[in-house]
Structures are given as C-alpha cells and as structure tokens.
Design a binder for this molecule. Structure first.
Ligand SMILES: [Zn+2]
Length: 598
C-alpha cells in the first residue's frame, strides 16, 4: 500500500478541503498542469477510507474543472443501466435508459431542464441494455430481459414456462408518451435471458447481435454454441405494416419481426482456458476505403470474451433476405423450429481475429490471468467491453507512419483487487495476415490506461488493507463510448492533425473519465503513471442525491455515483447512474461540437 492511500485514509477531511480548493482555482487553460499538480500534492480521484460514505452525495463533490454539471433527472424509479441518446425525426433529442424493470424516455433537448416523457414497464426481469433504431420515420427500442436479479424482479421469475421473462423485446417509441410492445424473441440458447445486445445494418437490412452469457453444461464438441452471440434479422418493414402496438406483453409473441439466423462463438481451441464467456459486443462495417484490403466493405463483431480477450467475427455473409434468400429461408426456418437451439440453428460467423496478450504485471513472462497467475480480480484480463474506434485515423502527425490506422478499445471489469482499478487497452487492429485467401486480423497493443496511481488502491474482499466484500465492483471500468471529431485550428484540443478522438468511460464509483486518443497513441506503452495522467482529459463524479440501497441481489450498493454507462451525443455527455438517475455534463473542449453529429 502506497503512502498516498495511507495518507488519504487518515485525512479525509483535509483531502476534501484541498479538493474543493483545487476545483475552484482551476482555470480552463490550466487543466492539464493542474491535474499534474493535483496528483503531485498527494491527492487521489479515488475516494475511500475512514469516515467516507459511498452513498452520501455530498461526500463526492469531486472532479476536474473542465467538466461542467448541467442537470440531473432522478427518473421515476432508481435502478438504471445502459443509456442511448438520439435525435428524433421530430427534431428533439431523447434519451432511452434501461431501468431494471422499465425503460425511461427523457426529453433532453434542453440539457438544463429534462423531462420524463414516457416509461415502458417490463416487470418480468432485468432490463440492462437498450438500443435505438430509426426506420422509415418510425422509432424503435430493442431491449433484453435477463434473469439476473430475483431481488428486484417479478415474484414469478423462475417460471421457465414464461419465456417473455427472458427475451429480446422490440418496442415502438415513435410516440414518446406511449412506448408499446411490438414483438419479442425467446432463444433456447439463452435460458436465463440475454445480457447485452447491439444493432447494425448489413446491406440495408437490420440485424441484432445478442450476448448469451450462459456456457455451463454446454458441449462445444456437439456443435453447441457455448456462450455465443445470437445473430438475428430484424424485419422492421413487417413490424411497421403488419404488427400492432400493445400496452401489454402477449403470452405468445407474434414472431414476425425477429428471426434468428445463426451464432458467433469463440474458437475454444484457441484460448488459454480460465473464465470465458461473451459479455458486450459492438459491430462495425470496416471504415477503411482501401479496396485492396480484404476487409473492405465487410462487417465485424468485436466481442469481449473475458479471459479469451477480444474476439472478432466476420458477419458479412450472414443469411440475408436479399443477398441469399434461399439460405436465409433455410436458416430462419431451422432456427425457428428449434427455438434457436444451436444444434439446429447452424450458421456460424467465422472468427477472424483475437487478442489476449494481457499485461504481465508479475513479470513471469506470461500475460496475467487465472490460468497464468496473478489474476488480481481480473485487473488486466477480464475483458468486458470492446469498441472499434468509429474512423480510421491519420497518425502521420504523431510520428506513427503514413498509413491510416484502425484502433479498438478493450476494457476490463474488475470485481475486487489487491491493487489497481482495471486496465483499458488500446489495440491496433490495422494489420492483417493472409493465409490461403483467408485473412486474420493481426492485433497488437498500442497503449493502455488505468486511473493514475491506481496501483496504490485496492478494494473489495481481496483488499488486504480493508477487506470488504460489499465493495465488489466499487472501482472498475464498465462501458465506454468513443467519439471522433473533425477539427480545425480553433477546435483542435490535442496534437493537431485535423482530428481529435476521445473515450468517455463509465468507471462505476470512480465516475466519468475522458481520455484523449492521440495522447494514448503518442505515449504508447512507455512509462506508466505519467502517461496515464497525460492522456486523461478530465474526470467527474455525478452526485445528484444520496443513494439508497436497491432492492436487488446483484446491485444493492446504492453508491453515488455508480455509473453503468456514459454516452457522448452531439457534444454533450450523458451518464446513467445505477443508483440515482440520468446526468448530463459538458466537457469544455466538446462545446464547439454541440448540436453537431459527432
Ligand atoms: Zn465513495
């Protein structure tokens, strides 16, 4: 344990006083230097220790001066998860926020004065993920239910004969005050319900990608997809023209809008063992314009597979109603007949890239993990969220060559640690190899980041200084959002070059962290703390009201903040706090981009 935390633990009052001074004295243009001064003075952005109450909002007035609080909306109930923000065809901006047993629609057009427009109640299980789709002027949310938390769910949960409790659900949100059920899909391969989902268009047709975290009692040798990604076609034209919109969830779903066509699954023979399952995934059509690159125009899933690391799957040749109607009809009917059972539902997206070269913190020559030693709560190995950067970027002004490069972020989720708060990796996913006409991503580590001085912090049951099982997941990256900004001399905030890139990281009780992509690229893997400070743009702990422990088995903490997700949208940052609600904040260097698609 370093002197910083010992000092801090004993001097909470003094620390908070000095933090207040720090925040008040910062000027916009002094932010970078002041961050260095802040750490040099022995301060920490990590709040813990004697006398500190993680549920007390006023104990968490903490952040850098370049992030301004705009508003807080407590919504109608606590218990929140993923948030999506989108500009509607009606011209307003709305957020759609997963809310444990409901989904809130909030008008955020005026970020200082937000209004709950509608609530979709889904009392069956837990709504953790939502994705927004606009199609032909109509608006939809696709969300999941997972049986994760009987403490906050319908008492009938566990009645397996009621698949509506563990399904993917399509909701029409065109009328913001009256969100309504359209259709749902239950997958036999998701017996406890899906955990995450993602939407993406392939050749003008919408597809959904659904994470199935179940993998026990699953035999990959039999052709079962163990902990795989369900891939389904979304027929929104039929949803619009044929299906109604219901205020109640029917016992038998219409089954006319969501059609499973296959799965993607980690190549088990190419792993190191340990704890392996799909968590989050994102999907991107390759952003490069080089037609000689075999990935040109193709679409990939970037899956987070815990100790199997990042896994990339090629879904370009997915059964498609226009491109391959016979194959599509065959797989849809086979998947439907087996309710998604992967033994009958056989199409698989091939794995075309993987990375699991985690950091080697114990210096034994192997990446740290459960099977190679020094797992430390998964600080470097529990890959939980990965996202390709939206654009190929020019790095010539950064001294990294003339070729446009493609980067992918991959961050861990840490349960409890003996030291550290969890690593965020920046991976270079530009290169590929060709073998007999088949390409494979050739992935290398470009940089990594952790909260500065995190190695002086521990938490949860594994923390020898203060073992506290209740503090599991206290400090850890969770989700992130990456944004690409086209800049000019006036708006560029980092290194010039005509673009900036920022990562907006939800870091549970450590709040919102904003990182600078160009600084990560420039500093690479040299050094440690100095570059972690240098690549940090700012951080902020939203703290609207005191937290109450939730009626929940998995997330009873009531910590303020406890950020599930942050989203950047048109220059503003939206943070979904599990225990309190929706926050909107403003990073100073994002102001030129307010109202612009980024
Ligand atoms: Zn706290």
């Amino acid at each position: 344990m370093g002197s910083r935390e010992v000092l801090f633990t004993g001097l909470v009052v003094v620390f908070l006083t000095s933090t207040t001074l720090f925040i008040l004295q910062l000027g916009d243009d002094e932010a970078d230097n002041s961050q260095v001064d802040f750490y040099a003075a022995g301060n920490s952005p990590i709040l813990m220790g004697d006398g500190h109450d993680h549920r007390n909002a006023s104990d968490h007035q903490h952040g850098t001066d370049n992030i301004e609080y705009l508003s807080f909306n407590p919504l109608t109930t606590p218990g929140n998860a993923e948030v999506q923000v989108a500009r509607s065809p009606d011209g307003n901006v709305y957020s759609y926020q997963a809310g444990w047993n409901d989904m809130h629609i909030v008008d955020v057009t005026d970020p200082y004065n937000t209004t709950v427009m509608g609530v979709y109640n889904d009392p069956n299980t837990q709504v953790l993920d939502v994705k927004y789709i606009e199609h032909d002027g109509r608006e939809f949310i696709i969300q999941q239910n997972q049986l994760i938390d009987p403490g906050n769910a319908d008492p009938n949960v566990g009645e397996w004969s009621d698949p509506a409790q563990v399904s993917v659900t399509l909701i029409d949100v065109t009328d913001k005050s009256n969100p309504c059920y359209v259709d749902s899909w239950y997958d036999a391969d998701h017996p406890s319900g899906p955990h995450n989902l993602f939407t993406h268009k392939i050749d003008n047709e919408w597809y959904i990608f659904v994470a199935n975290p179940d993998y026990e009692q699953c035999d990959s040798a039999l052709g079962e997809a163990c902990g795989g990604v369900t891939i389904a076609h979304l027929d929104l034209d039929t949803a619009i023209t044929t299906l109604g919109c219901s205020s109640t969830i029917p016992l038998t779903p219409p089954g006319l809008a969501i059609f499973k066509v296959g799965e993607a699954e980690v190549a088990w023979e190419n792993t190191r063992g340990g704890w392996i399952y799909i968590h989050d995934m994102t999907v991107q059509t390759w952003p490069g314009t080089d037609q000689n690159d075999p990935r040109y125009g193709r679409t990939f899933i970037y899956g987070s597979y815990w100790e199997a690391g990042l896994r990339i799957f090629d879904v370009s040749d997915v059964p498609h109603p226009q491109n391959s109607p016979e194959q599509y009809a065959f797989h849809v009917s086979a998947c439907k007949a087996g309710v998604g059972n992967p033994l009958m539902c056989r199409w698989r997206a091939p794995e075309v890239g993987s990375w699991m070269e985690f950091l080697d913190m114990d210096g034994d020559g192997q990446p740290d993990s459960q099977t190679t030693g020094n797992v430390n709560g998964g600080r470097v190995s529990y890959i939980h969220y990965a996202e390709p950067f939206p654009e190929m970027v020019d790095v010539s002004h950064l001294g990294k060559g003339d070729e446009l490069r493609h980067y992918t972020t991959a961050a861990v989720e840490v349960l409890s640690t003996t030291e550290g708060t969890g690593i965020l990796y920046l991976l270079d996913t530009t290169n590929y190899t060709l073998d007999d006409g088949h390409f494979q991503f050739s992935i290398s580590l470009a940089s990594d980041w952790e909260i500065p001085y995190a190695e002086e912090v521990c938490y949860g049951a594994d923390c020898s200084l203060n073992p506290d099982g209740e503090e599991w997941l206290l400090f850890s990256p969770h989700n992130l959002d990456s944004a690409y900004f086209e800049t000019n001399e006036e708006t560029d905030a980092s290194h010039g070059g005509g673009w900036d890139g920022r990562l907006y990281v939800s870091h549970y009780h450590a709040g919102l962290w904003v990182l600078d992509l160009e600084t990560l690229i420039v500093t690479g893997t040299e050094g440690w703390t100095e570059r972690h400070i240098e690549s940090t743009v700012g951080w902020y702990l939203p703290h609207g009201v005191d937290g109450e422990p939730l009626a929940s088995v998995s997330y009873e903490f009531g910590w303020v903040p406890f950020l599930w997700a942050v989203e950047h949208h048109e220059g503003r940052t939206y943070a979904s706090c599990i225990s309190t609600g929706l926050y909107i904040v403003q990073l100073d260097i994002d102001k030129p981009f307010i109202g612009q698609p980024v």
